[in-house]
Write a protein that binds this ligand. Structure first.
Ligand SMILES: Nc1nc2c(ncn2[C@@H]2O[C@H](COP(=O)(O)OP(=O)(O)O)[C@@H](O)[C@H]2O)c(=O)[nH]1
Ligand SMILES: [Mg+2]
Length: 319
């Protein structure tokens, strides 16, 4: 059996191996992904993002339990670019979710591209496809909400949950710029702490100020939860289901969503290839080092150097 066939038949070892190859950018993985593509498009993808420590992994763990009780299979990807080694948060996540490790209906992996140029967005997208092709009903992606990468990753999700905790006043202002705009559902976790109501009203105010947010008919709900005590999880799952229905209830909306998702995916994929293959190739070329030396010696300016390198490369065509 080929690798793609093994993946679609749910072979856990083949899936784990393929995801590792994707993370490591092993060239052959791309061919397998092509073969797998016809088997994708069935899973419902949920993104969860928020600052470190807000309780994302705890929530995911509880969601998995609830979804399993409802008979659904689940794939989980924990993405943490701040922790490229096997320790830290990722190990913590593994331990935390260990109670699902004997359950065949659950598949949990961490993503942390070790490459110099990152590429986490693309490898996570590909890993989502793998879990989808493997037949998981839900794929949950946990990302640390810190930068553009996270915004890009959660844009692959059908439903995006932004997680906050009470007393994040200033952080909320900071969030405004990027990630707040992509939230379909807001969850204020650790509602056992003081100030949860205040945070709810802060978020509500921000959403209401941004009219174009719900112009299309979906006004993001703001829920409170205590993930560690299993409080508020059903409500979150209900809202995910409502959002799912919202996305699929009108054919026009559905095709717009599919168009935007396909567009995002393709732009990311092209960006990823240009950065990883072309840039890496340039940097490892002799010409780059030569020109760099000339800049250091102040014999050439970096603007001219850049023009020269880029135009040579574009003329010769990229791989
Ligand atoms: N007080 C309180 N602590 C929580 C709650 N949910 C999670 N935690 C704790 O917050 C810490 C960080 O949780 P974790 O899920 O690892 O956060 P992540 O970094 O966002 O994935 C852990 O010690 C959890 O037990 C909650 O509702 N209330
Ligand atoms: Mg975590």
């Amino acid at each position: 059996m080929g690798i793609a066939e093994r993946v679609t038949s749910g072979d856990i070892r083949a899936v784990a191996r393929l995801i590792r190859d994707i993370d490591d950018k092993v060239p052959g993985a791309r061919e397998v992904l092509k073969d797998l593509y016809p088997s994708t498009g069935r899973a419902y993808v949920v993104g969860i993002t928020g600052a470190p420590g807000v309780g994302k992994s705890t929530l995911v763990d509880q969601m998995v339990t609830h979804l399993r009780k409802a008979g659904k299979t689940v794939g989980v990807l924990a993405v943490d670019p701040t922790s490229p080694f096997s320790g830290g948060a990722i190990l913590g996540d593994r331990v935390r979710m260990q109670r699902h490790s004997m359950d065949e209906g659950v598949f949990i992996r961490s993503m942390a591209t070790r490459g110099y140029f990152g590429g986490l967005t693309q490898s996570t997208r590909s890993a989502i496809d793998v879990l989808d092709a493997m037949g998981k009903d839900y794929v949950i992606v946990e990302t640390v909400g810190v930068g553009q990468d996270e915004v890009d990753i959660v844009q692959s999700a059908h439903t995006t949950i932004i997680m906050l905790i009470p007393g994040m006043g200033d952080d909320i202002q900071a969030l405004k710029a990027g990630i707040l705009e992509v939230g379909d559902i807001f969850v204020i976790n650790k509602a056992d702490r003081e100030g949860a109501d205040r945070t709810v009203s802060d978020i509500r105010l921000m959403i209401e100020m941004d009219e174009k947010r719900y112009r299309n008919g979906w006004k993001p709900p703001i829920l409170t939860a205590q993930a560690v005590s299993d409080i508020g999880i059903e409500e979150i799952l209900d809202e995910i289901e409502k959002h799912h229905k919202y996305l699929t209830s009108s054919p026009r909306r559905q095709s717009r969503v599919m168009y935007e998702k396909a567009r995002n995916d393709l732009v990311e994929m092209i960006k990823d290839r240009i950065v990883h293959e072309v840039l890496e190739d340039i940097i490892h070329s002799g010409e780059f080092e030569e020109v760099l030396q000339l800049i250091v010696e102040r014999k050439i300016d970096p603007y001219t150097a850049c023009d020269t390198i880029v135009s040579t490369r574009l003329r010769s065509g990229s791989k």
